[in-house]
Design a protein around this ligand. Sequence first.
Ligand code: BEZ
Ligand code: FE
Length: 300
Amino acid sequence: MQQDLDENTVTAAVLEQMANTPNPRLKQVMESLVKHLHDFARDVDLTPEEWLYGIAFMTEIGKTCTPSRQETILLSDTLGLSALVNALHAKKNLAKATDPSLLGPFYRAAAPMIAAGGSICATPGQAPEIQFYGQVQDSSGNPIPHAQLTVWQTDAEGFYDMQLHGEEQMDHRAMLETDASGHYSFRAVRPLGYYIPMDGPVGRMINAQLRHGCRPAHTHFLISAPGYAELVTSLYFGDDQYIGTDTVFGVSRSLIIEPKMDAAAPISGIPAVHYVFTLSPQTAEGGGRVGADPSQLVKA
Ligand code: BEZ
Ligand code: FE
């Protein structure tokens, strides 16, 4: 019976119409979504003008998406939803692993392969170098040999290769493998923090909220090995002014690093970051990477 609906009874009426949804997970997700959406509208006493503003905003979010730009994921990132989904997914790991962080829009699947100790810069020597070294291990501390690492970051001025050269030329990104004892090492420049894309509707929202729109300097890692859950994470430079206020909520204390001179590092004379990554055994659910390659998403 759907007559005389008012601002409270409309919720039950919607739930009743959806009650025969055969897919149990779809039913659960949609019921909860409708309840929270209606509670939100009642909570703020949403006006028709505000409803229309929200519709126009979401329409613009969609129109801003291109094969290389995912404004909807950026909205999720800046509302903390991507970080929340990452944290929920990490809780399902079979064993404690390195904390995850966002994949972000600048990941590219096929980066150049480098040997241990190689540089991720296409033309090394343009800016002062640092080195990263350490091990990939399981949750009992056993090394994982031949784990695959994909690494990407900005240059020393805070730009990703695709912002400077489009899809043409890769720089400051590479793939490498751990050796037989699970060790990895590579050279890079010290990356710089940067603004998230601010020229779209998400940027307008950030400005309206008087947020700075910056990410602290970081280096991204995607680490995989057969039988282990894929790890998507980043290491964050602790002295960055935005380390405590990342616009997309990617920083965990355990991911903060400080390069320093280190006599144990494989390359002498340049500051080093030593970091041990821990992978969890693969679960039946598999996958769960938050923030897919935008071009794949648009195709989907
Ligand atoms: C990134 O770290 O590359 C990134 C993540 C989320 C939004 C924008 C950039
Ligand atoms: Fe990034």
